[in-house]
Ligand binder design. Structure first.
Ligand code: 2M8
Length: 447
C-alpha cells in the first residue's frame, strides 16, 4: 500500500489492523513480532479501541488487570498461547514467584503505567456515546479502581527507592524504550556470567539493523535471570540486580496517570483516594522537574548503581511535557522540542520528534529506540499537550503524525526520520490506535 490514504481510508485501514491483531480477550501488540499482550500497548490500544467498541476496549483492560500480581504490579507481558516469541513464559520462570497471578502466564517486570489514563479516556468516550456504553464503562471504573490504585501504590511504595524520587526500574524493558541510549551507562555495568542461546524470533520479522544486538540480548537475558533468581522480589532485586535506574519518563507517566486516577476517584466520591493520587502526581512531577539538566534543558534518568545523572538526548528528556510542571520550565522544553535539534531538524521528512536527536553521536536512524520516530510517542506528547491546553503543540504533532501514517499505510512500529521508511513491525496495534484516536476523538478538533 503506497498511495497516500485519505482520512477515511486511514481510519478503515487502522480498524482492520486492530481486527486482524485481535485474539478476542487480548490484542497482539503486533501481528508476528509481538504475538502477546504488552501492558502499556494494551492501555494505549484501549484508548483507540473505545472509539470503535467500548465493550472490547474494556475487555482489553480487564485482561491486563486480571494479570495483576499480589504486590500490585501489572506485568509487562500477559502471554497468549502463541509460542513464537522469545523470551517466552519458560524463560521468565515466574511460576516460582509467590506474587504471580494464578493460572495466567506473565513476565515478571512492569512497563510505564498508562492504564489509568486509558480508563479515564475510555470513560470520557463512553459518556459521549451514552446509553449502554456509558453504563458499562461506569461499572468498569467501579470494578477497576482498586486494582489501578494498588498498581500506583506499588510503583510509589516498592519502586521509589531512588533518593531523587524517580521510579526505579530493573530492566530496560520496564522503561518501554528498551535499547535507548538513556540506558547505555546502566547496561555497561551489566556483565552476564552465562552465555545464553538466543532464539532471536524477532529477527524473522524485522531486519537486524532495526533491532537490538545479540550483545544487548545477552544482557537482557542475564537481568531476567537475576530477577528470576530472587523470584522477582523487589527489595531483594534492588540489592542484587546489576541494573538500577531512576526512570524519569516512567515517573512522568505515573504523574499523568495519578491525575487521571484522582479524577476517576472523585467521580466515585472517593475523596481519600483522589487526594492520595493528587499528592502522588505532585511528588512525581517535582521529581521530574528536579531532574532537569541545566545545560541541555532535558530531563534526566539517574543511574543508581553509579550514583550519577545520565546525560543523553532522547525523547524521554521531554518528560516535563508529559507530566507538566513549572510554567517557565515547560515553556523552555516546548521551545526545545519545536526547535532545530528536534521537530525542526533540517533532515526530517515529517516535522516529528525522533527518539534520539539526529545531532547526537548516539543517533541510529533505523535502530529501534535509538533514533526512529515512534508514532505512539507523538500521540502521547500530543495528548499531554492538549491536556495542558497547548493546542498549538498538539496540532503540530497530530497533523504531521497523521500525514506520516497516511503516506505509507503500514502502521509501522517506528519510522526512519529522514526518509519516512516504515520500520520494525508493520501493522503495529498501538500505531493504528494513534490514527483512530486522532481521527475520531472530537477533543482534537473541537476547542
Ligand atoms: C518492544 O519491547 C519488547 C520487549 O518488551 C521487544 O522488543 O520484544 C518495546 O517497544 C516495548 O515498549 C513495547 O511495549 C513492545 C511491544 O510493542 O515492544
Amino acid at each position: 500500500m503506497d498511495a497516500v490514504l485519505s482520512q477515511d481510508g486511514l481510519l478503515q485501514a487502522a480498524g482492520a489492523v486492530l481486527r486482524a491483531n485481535d485474539l478476542g480477550h487480548m490484542m497482539k501488540a503486533g501481528p508476528a513480532l509481538y504475538p502477546h499482550q504488552w501492558s502499556w500497548d494494551a492501555a494505549f490500544i484501549a484508548i483507540g479501541l473505545a472509539q470503535l467498541d467500548v465493550s472490547r476496549a474494556i475487555t482489553e483492560l480487564r485482561t491486563v488487570l486480571a494479570a495483576q500480581w499480589s504486590t500490585g504490579m501489572l506485568p509487562h507481558i500477559v502471554f497468549s498461547d502463541q509460542t513464537d516469541y522469545f523470551p517466552g513464559p519458560e524463560a521468565w520462570r515466574t511460576a516460582d514467584a509467590p506474587a504471580r497471578p494464578a493460572g495466567i502466564q506473565t513476565s515478571g517486570i512492569c512497563q510505564p503505567p498508562v492504564h489509568a489514563i486509558a480508563v479515564r479516556s475510555l470513560l470520557d468516550t463512553a459518556r459521549r456515546a451514552g446509553g449502554a456504553a456509558q453504563a458499562e464503562a461506569e461499572e468498569f471504573v467501579r470494578e477497576s479502581i482498586g486494582r489501578l490504585a494498588s498498581w500506583h501504590d506499588w510503583l510509589s511504595g516498592s519502586r521509589v527507592l531512588d533518593p531523587h524520587g524517580l521510579v526505579e526500574i530493573h530492566h530496560g524493558w520496564e522503561s518501554g524504550m528498551d535499547n535507548s541510549p538513556r540506558f547505555d551507562s546502566c547496561y555497561a555495568a551489566v556483565h552476564p556470567r552465562v552465555h545464553y542461546d538466543l532464539p532471536r524470533t524477532d529477527l524473522q520479522h524485522a531486519d537486524a539493523s532495526e533491532r537490538p544486538t545479540d550483545t544487548e540480548y545477552q544482557r537482557y537475558l542475564w537481568l531476567v535471570n537475576q530477577l528470576a533468581d530472587v523470584h522477582f522480589d523487589d527489595a531483594l532485586a534492588a540489592r542484587t540486580v546489576d541494573f538500577r535506574c531512576g526512570d524519569v519518563f516512567l515517573t512522568a507517566v505515573l504523574a499523568l496517570a495519578a491525575d487521571d486516577l484522582a479524577v476517576l476517584a472523585d467521580d466515585l466520591g472517593d475523596r481519600e483516594r483522589a487526594e492520595a493520587e493528587r499528592a502522588r502526581a505532585d511528588t512525581c512531577r517535582a521529581a521530574v522537574a528536579a531532574s532537569l539538566d541545566p545545560d541541555t534543558g532535558l530531563c534526566r534518568d539517574y543511574d543508581l548503581r553509579a550514583q550519577a545523572w545520565i546525560r543523553s538526548e532522547t525523547i524521554a528528556g521531554f518528560s516535563l511535557l508529559i507530566c507538566g510542571g513549572p510554567d517557565a520550565l515547560v515553556t523552555q522544553q516546548r521551545r526545545l522540542l519545536l526547535g532545530e535539534r528536534w521537530m525542526g531538524h533540517r533532515s526530517l521528512r515529517f516535522p516529528l520528534p525522533p527518539s534520539v536527536t539526529p545531532e547526537s553521536p548516539d543517533y541510529r536512524p533505523r535502530t529501534y529506540w535509538r533514533g526512529p520516530v515512534w508514532p505512539i510517542m507523538n500521540w502521547l506528547l500530543a495528548h499531554a499537550a492538549l491536556l495542558r491546553g497547548d493546542r498549538t503543540l498538539a496540532d503540530a504533532l497530530r497533523g504531521p503524525g497523521l500525514e506520516q501514517l497516511a503516506a505509507d499505510g503500514h502502521f509501522a512500529e517506528y519510522y526512519q526520520p529522514a526518509t519516512g521508511e516504515p520500520l520494525g513491525s508493520p501493522q503495529q496495534s498501538w500505531t493504528a490506535m494513534a490514527a483512530i484516536d486522532w481521527l475520531c476523538d472530537p477533543r482534537w478538533t473541537v476547542p
